[in-house]
Write a protein that binds this ligand. Structure first.
Ligand code: GLU
Length: 332
């Protein structure tokens, strides 16, 4: 058994316990309709500097059985080693979190990693993952250095990150938004004009190494940026009155809001498009193709939709959407 949780689950478990929330989150249970989302636009900055940023490497045919992995391939080397090392976050409910009832790691990202492990090791694959908590700002470098074999951590595919790592096909499309206190003032302001129109000196929490904090610094020089150590840490700062707002992906904000439905609310429309991919080292293209085949299988056999229903079904959309279609940049 190589499953290991690298850091104590204190913050996440505490917040989850206090909120009494399970896997499903119900942002709509607030009685207030979600504000209309503006059409997402491409994330600015480095994201637009390379063509076909989300195009990945095509799977090589159907997935082989775990016992028939190509000799010498990355997957066969991992199988012989006996475990997969996966970089994750455990404070990004419902993508990566510790379920306080079972004290196990759960989430959309975590379960997708378990699918990858099953394809390498067979049925006991889920027990053959060594999970390592990787700080947001270290995701790309941890993969490039070989500290982890793969990262699944609400990680947006962008050109800057693609300089150091390869990404799988897109497995989720998120968008940056804002979470504020439901105090009768902040939640009634007009957030339609985006970050640039936020009030001067508003204290906005975001996590270093995220696309969210980059956009915040670029577009809202008038606000005070509060750096959280994690997204759950930002929620604590908001609850303690040390921050007025949090900005990051709608997925993560929905999870934070579910932990404090009474006092927080997600406002404004989508500010960006944040396509999530799993990060893998550039010198392991065979593993990228293999992971893309696993993702393809989850799209086709209903697993992706089951995961959406389990973790996001009550929060982001009333109906489970279709999974994002894969885009490949090579023919075979
Ligand atoms: N998806 C964004 C990113 O990769 C923000 C969320 C996060 O950092 O986990 O930077």
């Amino acid at each position: 058994m190589n499953t290991r949780i690298a850091l104590p689950a204190a913050v996440c478990a505490l917040v989850l316990t206090v909120a009494g929330c399970g896997a499903g989150v119900d942002q709509r249970g607030t009685g207030q309709p979600a504000p209309p989302a503006a059409a997402p636009r491409a994330t600015p900055g480095p994201d637009t500097s390379c063509p076909n940023v989300t195009a990945s490497l095509r799977p090589t045919g159907a997935l082989p059985a775990p016992t028939a992995l190509p000799a010498g391939s990355t997957m066969e080397v991992l199988r012989r080693r006996g475990f997969l090392i996966a970089g994750i976050d455990q404070s990004s409910f419902p993508f990566g979190f510790v379920d306080p009832r079972s004290n196990t790691l759960r989430g959309f990202d975590i379960d997708l990693l378990r699918e990858v492990a099953k394809a390498i090791f067979g049925d006991d694959g889920p027990q053959r993952i060594q999970f390592r908590v990787v700080r947001n700002e270290e995701r790309a470098i941890a993969v490039a250095r070989g500290d982890v074999d793969i990262i699944a951590e609400t990680m947006t595919i962008n050109c800057q990150r693609k300089q150091s790592v390869e990404f799988s096909s897109v497995y989720f499309n998120a968008g940056q938004r804002l979470l504020v206190q439901r105090d009768g003032t902040a939640d009634r302001a007009d957030y339609g004009a985006g970050l640039a129109a936020l009030p001067r000196d508003m204290r906005v929490c975001s996590v270093p190494g995220s696309t969210s904090i980059t956009l915040l610094r670029e577009q809202a020089p008038q606000v005070k940026v509060v750096e959280g150590d994690t997204w759950a840490g930002c929620l604590v700062l908001l609850q303690q009155g040390e921050a007025d707002a949090i900005t990051t992906d709608d997925t993560i904000l929905a999870g934070l809001q579910a932990q404090d439905r009474v006092f927080t609310v997600v406002v404004g429309g989508n500010l960006t498009l944040e396509p999530y991919g799993m990060a893998i080292a550039k010198d392991r293209p065979d593993f990228v193709r293999f992971v893309n085949a696993v993702l393809e299988r989850t799209r086709q056999n209903g697993r992706w939709k089951a995961l959406y229903r389990e973790y996001l079904g009550n929060s982001l959309a009333a109906e489970v959407p279709d999974p994002p279609a894969a885009v490949y940049r090579d023919s075979a």
